[in-house]
Design a binder for this molecule. Structure first.
Ligand SMILES: *Cc1c(COP(=O)(O)O)cnc(C)c1O
Length: 391
């Protein structure tokens, strides 16, 4: 059922509860359309479905009603025309890049990126003749300075960045003319910031993280202008990183509680950041909601919630290892945005594939710990990590 935006239905928490219900009839829970294929009435009907753009009752690699509901919900939350889901965050990113860029084209990307995105731009993209220039995100004006008019097709940013929570200036990205601009907004969730409202062309999420929010779905999504997404779909349908309707179902269920989850987890992340900033064995804390964060002013300007992830430094790898051994509540695992508080050591896990020089340049030191703050009692989370640091 489409929802007309008005004063009582257009606030983000409310949209998250109401959006994406078109394929569910009067059922309040999302309907799961598991089918991979649909029956046509006759030859003309079959032809019509086959040549339609994103027909959601033809073949599920093309589209699927449960997936479509999820896409419509994300589009509404991002203030976008439309959205397109993929089998994972990487599936969404790869589909966008390969749909828009060809051999000889140029991409400008920030250096401080999710390691998978970095590896994708450095490996497959360069191997296929797509040239990539990396810039340091926190320096004002770097993205536009690196754009080569006529050759740069895409500008790729991630804000806040993984793992050190550096921010890209969304207004600056939105003012770039010529190439398409893309922001990976996974760490912010659609409730923390809306890059499209700053003039950015495409926003990407690993919905595996905060959007689905329960560690039970692997899913990605890109939102933006419908015509551009239709073009990306034309490639994505061949690329085949097709989202599972089961994952879209779990993500739709997760979206219903995005408001309360994000708020609780972001508040707890802030409490933890404040406690760690005062802790004698912690060197530095990275959280955009802390006034000490070098880009706190920018965070205040473009974010409505500072996210559920923070990072901090404790000496060296041995100190991290000892800390992890003493934790009783937080678990050692990658991923973020789920109910359980997770800690990870980027240097040996998420960013293990980088060379020492790349680790240094992306701020991944031996003593860096990333925390995804979960839904446990915030006091328990803070106490667990403080105790493990003190022991
Ligand atoms: C996890 C993550 C990705 C990749 O998403 P997958 O769903 O694992 O493919 C991309 N960007 C960021 C910022 C992430 O945290």
């Amino acid at each position: 059922m489409p929802t007309e935006p008005n004063e009582v239905t257009s606030t983000p928490d409310t949209v998250a509860v109401r959006a994406g219900r078109r394929a569910s009839g009067t059922s309040l829970a999302p309907a799961l359309w598991a089918s991979s294929t649909w029956q046509s009435a006759d030859l003309d009907d079959a032809h019509r479905r086959a040549i339609s753009t994103r027909h959601d009752a033809f073949y599920s690699r093309y589209s699927n009603p449960t997936v479509r509901s999820f896409e419509e919900a994300v589009a509404e939350l991002e203030g976008a025309d439309d959205a397109l889901a993929a089998a994972s965050g990487m599936g969404a990113l790869a589909s966008v890049v390969f749909a828009l860029c060809s051999a000889g084209d140029h991409i400008v990307a920030q250096r401080q990126l999710y390691a998978g995105t970095l590896a994708f731009l450095q490996g497959p993209c360069r191997r296929l003749g797509i040239d990539v220039t990396f810039v340091d995100v926190a320096e004002p004006g770097v993205f536009s300075a690196a754009v080569e008019p006529g050759r740069t097709m895409l500008v790729v940013a991630e804000s806040p960045s993984n793992p050190r929570l550096e921010l890209a200036d969304l207004d600056e990205l939105g003012s770039i003319r010529g190439p398409f601009t893309l922001v990976d907004s996974t760490f912010a969730t659609p409730l923390g910031q809306q890059p499209l409202r700053h003039g950015v062309d495409l926003v990407v999420h690993s919905a595996t993280k905060g959007i689905a929010g329960h560690n039970d779905a692997t899913l990605g999504v890109v939102a933006g202008d419908r015509e551009l997404l239709d073009e990306i779909w034309g490639y994505a349908v061949l690329h085949g990183a097709t989202p599972s309707p089961f994952d879209a179902l779990n993500a739709l269920r997760g979206l219903r509680t995005l408001g309360v989850r994000t708020r609780h987890q972001a508040d707890a992340a802030r409490s933890l950041a404040v406690a760690l900033a005062d802790h004698p064995t912690v060197h530095t804390v990275w959280y955009p909601g802390l006034s000490e964060h070098p880009q706190h002013g920018l965070a205040m300007k473009q974010m409505t919630s500072f996210g559920t992830v923070l990072a901090f430094e404790v000496g060296d790898r041995d100190a991290v290892s000892a800390l992890f051994d003493r934790l009783q509540l937080a678990r050692v695992a990658t991923s973020l945005g789920g109910p359980e508080t997770l800690v990870c050591h980027p240097a040996t896990s998420t960013h293990a594939g980088l060379t020492a020089d790349e680790q240094r340049r992306t701020g991944v030191t031996d003593g860096l710990v990333r925390v995804s703050v979960g839904l446990e009692d915030p006091h328990d989370v803070v106490t667990d990590i403080e105790r493990a640091l003190e022991a």
